[in-house]
Design a protein around this ligand. Structure first.
Ligand code: BES
Ligand code: ZN
Ligand code: ZN
Length: 478
């Protein structure tokens, strides 16, 4: 559950209090007794970074800021440290906590708050006894003269956006069909104030979105194509940034059925790119960021059936490109190709895809970041990398040389949807680039969108990766 996060209005001596202080700094006098101070000194000697004092009426907790880290890395350590705090609060059933920073370092205080809020996420919808599992934390109050309510609210909206993304990813396909995903996106638009138009199957057919329709052939559920737009009155850009998110609500591999027993278990998460773009717009709209952004979400499930598209088929895409489909499991690029071609009509300043696109990307860097390929100018790419470091959804750039495009040439059509066993993440990127005529960034989140084991504030299951990155990046353009 989202804990309420507010600026502290009225403090009380019974408030559970966390004080963040630099490792070597002394605690301000008057806060604790002599005996407690002794205990704190012992803890410091033992190199404990989280010191918990039970003061009978309340908890007083000291969070030390390690000296050995700097900059973005230090902020990430603080987000992670907040997870240890969260465990203690939960074990002691604490509902309300006040956070403060002795040196009034706003960035550190907000990073810590962010880690704590993200750690409080749970997906309990399908438990019959959900309330028994609910985390205790309900209210986080920020005690800080230097942090404004506006800054806190911006963080709240961003955390909220990540929660929404995680919810969507964690939803099984039994609930989240392509139609349902479009409905959920409409709800997000309504709540945050961005517009949403949804193309149903008939419209998609009349537009001849051949890639999306081909992947959908094996399904009993119709496809959808959602167009989201955040167009603030005072936008700084004359041409929009267009985000495209992969909305495969379930990927069996189609007729090229996924091989191993467990490779399908989490394929409900194959719409994590869609969740990322929709929830990025949610955060942008909630925080009224003055950048014009459009997001496109092509969506379907990918299944085998008597009618399913088959390896060897030639598909005519939305822009007329013919594709020899040689692996039905390389379906993401088929639906994204149509969306990228559709995006041309907006004359984007920049197009960005985000997708759980290839196992190759996951194998290359694991779950630690986002595999990226791009033909955008270096200044833009450097900013993307800075944003990646800021939010610790880091960017690992792969080469995007022209020669890779040779690997997806087909003998009987313009291109084919697989490029062989080498450089699988890159040839997928090249396939997507084919459908663009604008600067392009491709983000492959196959490794980091869904995690099976709990990992710090990212939790377990859908991580919502991409939301904080895209939000930070787009804000940097404002
Ligand atoms: N959705 C998968 C990629 C994926 C794999 C995401 C593991 C998350 C975890 C994608 O549609 C896919 O199956 N890609 C194939 C492409 C191949 C057939 C060229 C892959 O990576 O194996
Ligand atoms: Zn696939
Ligand atoms: Zn897929």
């Amino acid at each position: 559950m989202t804990a309420k996060i507010n600026k502290l209005v009225k403090s009380s001596v019974e408030d559970n209090l966390v004080i963040i202080i630099p490792e070597k700094e002394k605690l301000k006098p008057g806060l604790i007794s002599k005996e407690e101070l002794k205990y704190v000194e012992t803890c410091r000697k033992n190199k404990d970074s989280l010191i918990v004092l039970n003061q009978f009426k309340r908890w007083l907790i000291i969070q030390l800021v390690p000296e050995k880290y700097k900059g973005a890395r230090l902020l990430e350590e603080l987000r992670k440290s907040a997870v240890s705090l969260h465990k203690i609060l939960n074990a002691s059933k604490v509902e309300r906590i006040v956070l403060s920073h002795q040196a009034e370092n706003k960035d550190q205080l907000l990073a810590y708050t962010e880690g704590l809020a993200l750690a409080n996420y749970q997906f309990l919808k399908y438990f019959t006894k959900a309330t028994e599992k609910l985390h205790s934390l309900k209210e986080i109050h920020i005690s800080s003269a230097k942090t404004s309510q506006k800054e806190i609210q911006e963080l709240v909206n961003l955390v909220d956006a990540v929660y929404h993304a995680r919810d969507l990813i964690n939803e099984p396909n039994s609930f989240l069909t392509a139609t349902q995903l479009a409905k959920e996106i409409k709800l997000l638009g309504k709540e945050a104030g961005f517009s949403v138009e949804v193309f149903e199957k008939a419209k998609i057919e009349s537009l001849k979105m051949g890639g999306l329709l081909a992947v959908n052939l094996g399904s009993v559920e119709p496809p959808t194509f959602s167009i989201l737009e955040w167009k603030p009155v005072k936008a700084v850009n004359s041409r929009p940034i267009v985000l495209v998110g992969k909305g495969v609500v379930y990927d069996t591999g189609g007729l090229s059925l996924k091989p191993t027993a467990d490779s399908m278990d989490y394929m409900k998460a194959d719409m994590s790119g869609a969740a990322a773009v929709a929830c990025t717009l949610f955060a942008l709209a909630k925080n009224k960021i003055p950048v014009h952004v459009i997001a496109l979400v092509p969506s379907t499930d990918n299944r085998p059936s008597g009618n399913a598209y088959a390896p060897g088929d030639v598909i005519k895409m939305y822009d007329g490109t013919t594709v020899e489909m040689l692996n039905a499991d390389a379906e993401g690029r088929m639906i994204l190709g149509d969306a990228l071609a559709y995006a041309k009509k907006y004359k984007p300043q920049l197009g960005i895809t985000i997708a759980t696109l290839t196992g190759a990307a996951a194998r290359a860097i694991g779950k630690l970041g986002i595999v990226t390929m791009t033909n955008a100018d270096r200044k833009t790419v450097e900013q993307l990398k800075i944003s990646g470091d800021n939010v610790y959804e880091r960017i690992a750039e792969l080469p995007f040389w022209d020669e890779y495009a040779e690997m997806i040439k087909s003998d009987i059509a313009d291109i084919q949807n697989v490029g062989g066993s080498d450089a699988g993440a890159i040839t997928a990127g090249k396939f997507l680039e084919h459908f663009t005529n604008y600067p392009f960034i491709h983000l492959d989140i196959a490794g980091s969108a869904f995690i099976k084991k709990a990992d710090s504030y990212k939790g377990k299951g859908g991580t919502g990766i991409g939301v904080r990155l895209l939000y930070d990046f787009i804000c940097s353009q404002a």
